[in-house]
Design a binder for this molecule. Sequence first.
Ligand code: MGD
Ligand code: MGD
Ligand code: MO
Length: 763
Amino acid sequence: MSGMQDPSDDLEVTPPKTWATGAPAVAHALSYSLGQTSPRRTALTLLNLNQDKGIDCPGCAWPDAEPEHRPMNEYCENGAKHVNDEATSKRITREFFERYSVSELDQKSDHWLNQQGRLTEPVVKRPDSDFYEPISWDDAFDLLAEHLRELDSPNEALFYTSGRLSNEAAFLLQLFARAFGTNNLPDCSNMCHESSGSAMQQTLGTGKGSVSLDDLHQSDLVFVIGQNPGTNHPRMLTALERTKRNGGQVVAVNPLPEAGLMRFKNPQKLRGVLGRGTEIADQFLQIRPGGDLALFKALNLLLLEAEDAAPGTVLDHEFIRTRTTGFEEFARQARELSWDQVQAATGLTRAEVEQVRDRVLSSGSVIACWAMGLTQHKHGVATIREVINFLMLRGNIGKPGAGVCPVRGHSNVQGDRTMGIWERVPQSFLDALEREFGFTPPSEHGWDSVDSIRAMLDGRARFFLGVAGNFVRATPDSEVTEKAMRQCRMTAHISTKLNRSHTVCGETALILPTLGRSDRDVQGGVEQFVTVEDSMSMVHASYGRLEPASESLLSEVAILSRLARRVLGNEPDIPWEEFEADYDSIRDRISRVVPDFEDFIQRVADPAGFRLPNPVNSGEFRTPSGKALFSANEFEWLEAPEGYLVLQSLRSHDQWNTIPYAMDDRYRGIHNARRVVLVNPDDVDALGLTDRALVDIVSVWHDGVERRAPGFRVVSYPAARGSAAAYYPETNVLVPLDSVADVSGTPTSKGVIVRLEPVSEQD
Ligand SMILES: Nc1nc2c(c(=O)[nH]1)N[C@H]1C(S)=C(S)[C@@H](COP(=O)(O)OP(=O)(O)OC[C@H]3O[C@@H](n4cnc5c(=O)[nH]c(N)nc54)[C@H](O)[C@@H]3O)O[C@H]1N2
Ligand SMILES: Nc1nc2c(c(=O)[nH]1)N[C@H]1C(S)=C(S)[C@@H](COP(=O)(O)OP(=O)(O)OC[C@H]3O[C@@H](n4cnc5c(=O)[nH]c(N)nc54)[C@H](O)[C@@H]3O)O[C@H]1N2
Ligand SMILES: [Mo]
């Protein structure tokens, strides 16, 4: 497989932190930023982050507070690092591509590739060459059009996106793909919150979360499940601090005692800098990976039993009777659970679960927040359905302070879906496109990310265009995925920075450099803005503020409009030129195609933006029965045979998805190395290993193929017994392509059965 391995010899380990986001966090962000760019650009980006007429932080999808409650520095350490990674003063010039062949670049690490700076002009790798060389935009569009036209069917083309795209660019991409004739729009959601969407769609009739920031502030009890907010959604801690101040409680469920779940020091307040900070979790459940289905089944059983003991006092009968179906079957199955099963799956005691039940019984409103710790498991969809059963038992859906809160990843991943980036978009959306643009979009479903890899492998797909993202590093089974990509006739990427997907090339490969969210975007002499939708369905504008990295950069909207025009001409009749010249003209079309976007142009002028309604909050469930569904979920858990562990692949504190910013994981006390595997000290002993031993991680799967990630240091860490944790994307090689969640097809990145094989250090 390609890619240099970052050595692990300089590893230093310090005790994990027990609190997150104090003053040192701000200092770290500033030092990273100043390493990337000038003090002036740093100040310009940071002062504009999440402000009225400013840059929407291209980091995570956590919502902004209302403008009047937004401090001047409404950003977090990791958002600051992230936006300054984009604002870097470093540039990749044509000399760079003369100096390094593609094969050489392919040996570089993810970190090194990213550190080379912003891409500045379009480049092409031709079939018989090992070098990228400059190409004009015009020639690049011609080449793309030529490759698209020679396909036997539009379905041989794949259009991948990550949730970095604005609403406007996303709308154009799906419009182009469908006018071209395919629904092949795989996206990062397939690897991310797809399980949440699947579970909520089945049971509640909506794919989106139902709570607002206000709900979170007011809630009596908030669950934070399978989520590391101190690192991945730091501003969520400000919200949880408010929940606590208002008298609410927090229960955290995680195999790792993550710093942000324990204690928070608010960097925006003097008290936060100097004091002890706020305790976040009132109760921490250190669960085994994949044990959450059992935990929520157990809680549901305890609630049913509490109702038996005091009829009419525990369940919300009115809600169950009038708003739901399936309760009887659910309850019958819930009572079959045994506590031995719960203990084996969760590693928790009955007393711990009963303590949570008591908190629930004393709470009028409950919210469940979750992220990748639930979605990336084989039974992720069933687990989330069970969480929804749990909320519905006491009517905790659609009332203030209560509801479902899948915490999204990329800043506009939710908006991209709203705009139709979905390989299985509903027919009603396709019909609306047809009414507006006068062509018939294909109704056959497209391929998701995993199916796209399968299609490339067996030659059913031959053209890959990635708009943002890093497909080969985000997807599972790295060796297989790389082979699939290399078999394409053309791979092309619209990107801001260099990454591994550019070095794993099809026969012909293109890199098309684009403006980032922070760059000023002027079309026809007029400054443009774009819009995004956050995790709580707030839609608002984002304005680029920095001088673009090069004069040759085009915006995503411009690239997609020109490409579409070159490929499709005037057939169907879509005003691509107008779209490029004035983004309001795209918003106008969005307002007529996408539900709930009426008067989009006027409404988005409000600095606070506007909130898309969630039907659940007005008691409307868009399921076939018109009611919310209680589901009966089979008991399932992850059992590792003796001598094996359940490995989860996760993010360090110092990376953004596939891109490590530094070799550290500050809150977990890991320094100068990423090839580490965190294991409970008792498991280290039981496996006959020692702290810092050098091991290969080997995964086993019923296809009999042995997948190996070589050269990791064992670090004794307070992880749940029987579990291990190591960083993504270095461990994606261990996740079999076919190991996906039921229903959603999401790779099981948090549930891989592995053994640790000692490596001799003689030589
Ligand atoms: N700084 C920064 N911010 C980011 C990102 C980033 O890379 N860097 N990525 C963005 C994206 S795209 C996303 S999707 C989000 C991801 O946000 P998270 O979901 O917080 O990301 P992960 O690092 O994958 O962490 C998963 C958490 O789930 C826990 N976990 C693992 N398995 C289980 C399990 O079986 N049960 C339970 N209860 N817990 C489990 C892990 O210990 C870990 O705390 O963050 C977004 N924000
Ligand atoms: N094993 C394992 N695998 C995982 C996960 C896991 O937890 N474990 N998490 C999964 C999740 S949740 C996700 S969301 C995916 C993430 O997968 P992706 O979204 O595909 O990956 P990113 O690392 O966010 O993509 C980074 C690249 O995006 C480009 N980029 C950045 N900003 C812009 C922009 O404004 N415009 C354009 N055009 N390009 C831009 C840059 O070139 C950069 O190199 O990975 C998934 N894969
Ligand atoms: Mo994600």
